[in-house]
Write a protein that binds this ligand. Structure first.
Ligand SMILES: [Zn+2]
Length: 86
């Protein structure tokens, strides 16, 4: 007779409980600092993405990397062009 399984909700979460929990969920605006070299926005303790400087020193050779990328792209286009036309 008493072998039925009855679920009991023990902890009712009220609207105010939910709101209280969610009061800490807001996102903060991310902190930026200004690059001393190019004046762009950078994350603190991070190399500048646009000029490759960190604390006034050139760390990344972005121009060389860009040139390499461009060269690779052109080579790829060449190969693709040959294959497509062939
Ligand atoms: Zn910079």
């Amino acid at each position: 007779m008493y072998n039925e399984i009855i679920m009991v909700v023990r902890m009712r979460s009220t609207r105010s409980h939910t709101a209280n929990r969610r009061s800490h969920f807001a996102l903060k605006e991310s902190a930026f600092s200004v690059c001393g070299q190019c004046g762009g926005a950078v994350f603190p303790h991070t190399v500048c993405r646009s000029c490759g400087h960190y604390r006034g020193r050139q760390v990344l050779n972005l121009e060389g990397k860009l040139a390499k990328k461009e060269r690779k792209r052109k080579e790829k286009e060449k190969v693709l062009g040959k294959g497509g036309g062939g």
